[in-house]
Design a protein around this ligand. Structure first.
Ligand code: GDP
Length: 322
């Protein structure tokens, strides 16, 4: 019997939109949001976890909707002073945001796991659902580009995704283990669905899937695995997803994202705008409006995804019974 627990795999901004929708319609205990750690890096002596922080700020209602990243009501005294001193200022850290990185780094140096620190910050900021880094082990996304191998944030922020991407690697993934709570959730009889949020497949979802044992754990899990397309009408809503697809030799389309995930998926939610591609997708397709501008749209898409997952689960049960 499937139960109540929903696991959502997420990057930053696109993933956090759906995670917020899910958090409005599920009980906090029923939602486990798994954050990509491939974007994490050391900067100015601090450990920065961009995706977990985006999720935490979004779920706490503290996200900066004007900038589209970082914390709301932010001030920039630290950054302005750093610039005046000729310091490294290509990665912008607001004053409030900075406190998170300072405290996280202090606790990591004391030997606390990233997941424990993240859980504690979430509790203190009033986040209901659990936000869990995919692994507590070091895992770093690297990109081979026309300018050579680059660290993720060099590519993403310093060079603003301009270099042409040829290949990705997830340093540390083979030696990393999925967080035990994540493995337990995937084995849990009460698992209702695994949702792959509409995040960038290459730099947000695949670093989670690259953690040793993750793909096997997902294949073995009894609940349906369902993804939401981050591509609408051949374009990314934001960020380099479509550009990367072209550079990696794929057509930027919702169907190509499903094909990239391959056997992992039981279901796929794609936008009404992409209805003509549905026949190219192997898992069961649900068409819906997938652009999440308002909170109501986030909630509605969350309902659609859960409905599609529940339908898949009943179908499975009927087939097993027959
Ligand atoms: P990042 O880690 O901050 O880059 O964020 P993600 O990887 O989680 O999200 C980036 C992806 O989210 C991009 O491919 C966007 O196209 C997608 N995205 C952003 N907003 C939406 C939306 O409202 N609907 C859908 N379907 N995708 C979205």
């Amino acid at each position: 019997m499937s139960g109540d627990l929903v696991v959502a795999l997420s990057g930053g901004i696109g993933g956090a939109k759906l995670a917020l929708g899910l958090s409005w319609i599920l009980r906090a205990d029923d939602l486990l949001v798994v954050a990509n750690v491939g974007d994490d890096f050391e900067h100015l002596g601090l450990h920065i976890s961009p995706d977990a922080d985006t999720l935490m700020y979004t779920l706490a209602g503290l996200d900066n909707t004007k900038l589209g990243w970082g914390r709301r009501d932010e001030t920039w005294s630290f950054m302005e002073t750093l610039t005046a001193l000729g310091g490294e200022d290509w990665f912008r850290l607001g004053d409030r945001d900075l406190a998170i990185h300072v405290e996280r780094t202090r606790r990591l140096r004391r030997g606390e796991p990233l997941s424990v620190i993240t859980a504690d910050f979430c509790r203190r900021l009033g986040v209901g659902p659990r936000v869990l880094p995919a692994t507590d082990d070091p895992l770093r996304t690297k990109l081979r580009t026309d300018e050579g191998w680059l660290d993720f944030q060099d590519y993403f922020v310093r060079l603003q995704c301009r270099p042409v991407v040829r290949e990705l690697a997830f340093e540390g993934a083979d030696a990393a283990s999925p967080h035990p709570e994540l493995l337990a959730a995937l084995r849990d009889e009460q698992l209702r669905a695994v949702i792959v949020c509409p995040s960038n497949p290459f730099i947000s979802v695949e670093p989670i899937l690259a953690v040793a044992g993750m793909r096997e754990a997902l294949s073995a899990c009894a609940a349906p695995v369902i993804a939401v397309s981050p591509i609408i009408g051949g374009r990314a809503v934001k960020g380099p997803t479509a550009k990367m697809m072209t550079e990696l030799g794929m057509k930027p389309s919702a169907a190509a994202v499903a094909q990239r995930y391959g056997d992992l998926l039981d279901g796929y939610v794609m936008d009404n705008a992409d209805a003509d591609e549905a026949a190219l997708v192997a898992p069961r397709v649900t068409l819906a409006p997938t652009l999440m501008t308002t909170l109501a749209e986030r909630e509605e898409l969350a309902r659609v995804v859960l409905g599609a997952a529940d339908a898949l689960a009943s179908l499975n049960r009927a087939q097993n019974f027959a």
